[in-house]
Design a protein around this ligand. Structure first.
Ligand code: ADP
Ligand code: MG
Length: 568
């Protein structure tokens, strides 16, 4: 191992040389307070910044074991520290130097969710942060003095103010971890109480804008208040009692006039599979961890999915027990999304009429008279939703402001009125019983799910093929693309990075065994839970890149959308 003095002298040697000479500083350096790992040096000033880790031993960092004694606490502490580092960077390392990405210091960017990510590792021995640093150059000539300023002064300031326990706000750290622990507790307590979701009184559900996930502010924001009939109270491990609306298992409708807050409520619940940071407004909006938002997604690619429960007798006798399409319609895509979610093990489907295909949701009495069942391939969800609950234990929360036909199949009906929630179950049931409707239930076959096995050959990459992630919604997998725009519970770019690596890892480790898709993914997730998220990184023993843990649902969603994948 080298020392900081070696690094200074190496830098002096390469000052003014061509950029490639930076490669010579790759290695590990012992500084007084920490070890600096220069794992990978970028090839030129415009390439992705160099990957650097800084490891502070616990003798110096001094974090009490109590703060990371189990998985959830450790995830919360790591998440907190990642944000602290980001904050320290913005105070100490603003601005660029020279060409390209020179002078840049970044750590993986966190959103409103606390996620297990590779940006930080806290163990009994050390705290390690993973940074990307743009090594500076003028044109393509090395600016060694500026590099020294970054790697010595700036990094050291960042570490001093964010990775030593003594320099942190202890109450804030504690509060952050305890909130996370309460969220984990509450989410797991839902099952025992036969609930699928919980929305605490006082929660702030609306977001700042369509492109910002931060809470809406201002005097017009109405905090959530549960109707008395659905109110439940939990005793939290750390933060006392919490009261709010419990949505029981079964079929729940959210009704109400347009612009009264229906979609906002559903969106908050669908994000309740994650744990939100203090101040988010959705700290105690929690859903079953396997809840899946379903929407229409016309144009998506579908491979070998049994959608026969929803779609039958397509033109040209297309097989719907093993349905494939490069360009699914609104209704067939929505059917595939449901079947795939159940295949992966969901307990709760969430649908919003705003993003659903009308003919998938409903076929009313009049239409049944005009277009006979023989002429309509679609069995609408209204005729399946109870079967899904009763035979498959899959609950549903449905936003339907447009069809009272659903009153017959729902267990609970809540109404949004000026952003306030009312329980209107009795009233809706009374209306349903007083107004006979002419609609017939039209089910001719049983709903079924078929296991699918990914054909490993279809995921083979040639040596020239690349796997590239382009933001939250796109993965280029060799010559094919995965479009994740409509996978609404994917929330973080680093989850997308991880999904790409997981697919690659699965290809190497498990796909050849020809197990069902979900078993392959569960095996990968098992490896991650044993060895940490670093295990899926292609850079073993080095900076693993920016990865954050996705759910099995989003991983399978990506594989399901990969154009070119074949199912056996
Ligand atoms: P709907 O689905 O019933 O048509 P939305 O959920 O889309 O209505 O909400 C309409 C608008 O009201 C959105 O701009 C949303 O941000 C805002 N909104 C929703 N809930 C609240 C609330 N509790 N307080 C203030 N504004 C809200
Ligand atoms: Mg809406």
């Amino acid at each position: 191992m080298f020392t900081d003095i070696d690094l200074r002298s190496k830098l002096k040697d390469i000052n003014g040389k061509g950029y490639k000479a930076y490669k010579s500083i790759e290695g590990v350096y012992q500084f007084e307070k920490y070890k600096l790992y220069i794992d990978h040096v970028q090839s030129d000033p415009f390439a992705p910044p160099s990957r650097v880790r800084v490891r502070v031993s616990q003798n110096k960092a001094n974090f009490p074991v109590e703060l990371f004694k189990n998985y959830h606490r450790r995830v919360a502490l790591q998440d907190y520290l990642t944000r602290q580092v980001a904050c320290a960077i913005s105070m100490n390392a603003k601005g660029k130097m020279g060409t390209g990405k020179g002078g840049l210091i970044v750590i993986d960017r966190c959103g409103q969710e606390v996620l297990d990510r590779t940006s930080m590792v806290v163990s009994e021995k050390y705290v390690e942060t993973r940074l990307s640093i743009g090594l500076p150059a003028r044109g393509r000539k090395i600016m060694a003095r500026e590099a020294e300023e970054i790697l010595f002064e700036k990094v050291s300031k960042i570490i001093n103010s964010s990775l030593l326990y003594k320099s942190l706000n202890k109450e804030q750290v504690q509060g952050y971890i305890e909130l996370h622990e309460d969220q984990v507790y509450l989410q797991s307590a839902l099952k025992e109480h036969k609930l699928v979701a919980f929305v605490a009184n006082g929660s702030i559900l609306p977001r700042e804008s369509g492109i910002s996930d931060k809470p809406l502010k201002g005097s017009n924001v109405i905090p959530f208040q549960s109707p008395k009939s659905l109110e439940v109270t939990f005793q939290l491990p750390n933060n006392g009692q919490i009261t709010g609306m419990g949505i029981p298992k079964g079929i729940t409708l959210i009704v109400g006039g347009g612009y009264h807050g229906k979609s906002t409520l559903l969106r908050a619940i669908e994000r309740g599979v994650y744990h939100h940071i203090p101040g988010d407004g959705r700290e105690f909006v929690l859903a079953d961890p396997d809840a899946v938002k379903i929407r229409a997604e016309d144009g998506r690619s579908v491979q070998g999915v049994n959608i026969s429960g929803f779609i039958n007798n397509l033109p040209f006798q297309q097989d719907t027990k093993k349905f494939s399409s490069e360009n699914a319609s609104g209704s067939t895509s929505q059917a595939a999304n449901i079947v795939e979610a159940i295949e992966v093990g969901t307990n709760l489907l969430m649908l919003d009429e705003d993003t659903s295909a009308t003919n998938f949701m409903i076929r009313d009495g009049r239409m049944q008279q005009l277009v006979s069942k023989e002429q309509e391939p679609i069995t609408p969800l209204i005729d399946r939703v109870r079967e899904l609950y009763e035979k498959y234990a899959v609950s549903s929360i449905l936003v339907v402001g447009g069809s009272g036909d659903y009153f017959n199949v729902a267990d609970y009906i809540i109404k949004m009125e000026n952003y306030a929630v009312k329980d209107v179950t009795k009233e809706a049931k009374r209306i349903a019983s007083q107004n006979s409707d002419t609609r017939q239930q039209e089910v001719t076959n049983e709903f079924g799910i078929s296991e699918r096995i990914v054909d490993p050959v279809s995921l083979n990459l040639s040596p020239r093929d690349k796997v590239k992630v382009r933001g939250l919604h796109k993965i280029q997998f060799g010559r094919n693309d995965i479009d994740l725009h409509y996978v609404e519970q994917l929330v973080d770019d680093s989850q997308t990075n991880a999904i790409a690596e997981i697919i690659r890892y699965a290809t190497k480790e498990y796909l050849k065994k020809r197990l069902p898709l979900i078993e392959v993914i569960e095996k990968v997730l098992e490896d991650i839970s044993v060895s940490g998220l670093d295990v899926i990184s292609p850079y073993q023993g080095q900076h693993p890149g920016n990865l954050a843990l996705p759910r099995k649902h989003e991983i399978c969603s990506a594989i399901n959308r990969l154009r070119g994948v074949r199912m056996l």
